[in-house]
Design a binder for this molecule. Structure first.
Ligand SMILES: [Zn+2]
Length: 160
């Protein structure tokens, strides 16, 4: 479990600049080639990286990045649904409901981290981009997905 804001994205705790970092126990994320095929929490698939590789340009605007995220996110959900990958049943930390965990999503930040992680953007540039994105997000009042944030935040329980 990554905890954090409750959304699952690439583990951002591993900040080592090593080629692919160390393995976290059974964590979804990197090194899919060595991971079991149907990891329930998986948020990246090789097909998505292919798209990222083809579409990524250093001069993309933030709105273009958000559009690219939308595409990758749609792809993630399509792949998961086609392969019948389901999230595990959990007890919600927030409301106590027992049921399938929320589907993982691609956040803009997870996409940026992937750029660094898979070597499409040098680590320094990725960190800078991440900072610029955080500033842009704040300035425009956007959520993790680059959409206008809903005032008040705590919307209906999506079961984390
Ligand atoms: Zn809940």
């Amino acid at each position: 479990m990554t905890g954090g804001d409750g959304r699952r994205f690439l583990p951002e705790t591993s900040t080592s600049n090593g080629p692919s970092g160390s393995r976290h126990g059974g964590h979804a994320g990197l090194q899919w080639s060595t991971m079991p095929y149907g990891d329930a929490q998986r948020t990246w698939f090789p097909e998505m990286l292919d798209v990222l590789r083809v579409r990524w340009r250093a001069n993309l605007s933030f709105s273009e990045m958000i559009a690219l995220r939308d595409e990758l996110d749609a792809m993630l959900h399509r792949i998961r649904s086609e392969r019948h990958i389901r999230t595990p049943v959990i007890r919600c930390r927030r409301c106590g409901h027992v049921g399938p965990a929320a589907e993982p999503d691609v956040t803009v930040r997870a996409m940026l981290f992937s750029l660094g992680r898979f070597g499409l953007v040098p680590a320094d540039a990725m960190k800078l981009l991440d900072k610029r994105w955080a500033a842009y997000r704040e300035q425009h009042g956007l959520d993790l997905y680059g959409k206008p944030a809903i005032a008040g935040g705590a919307a209906a329980c999506g079961h984390l």
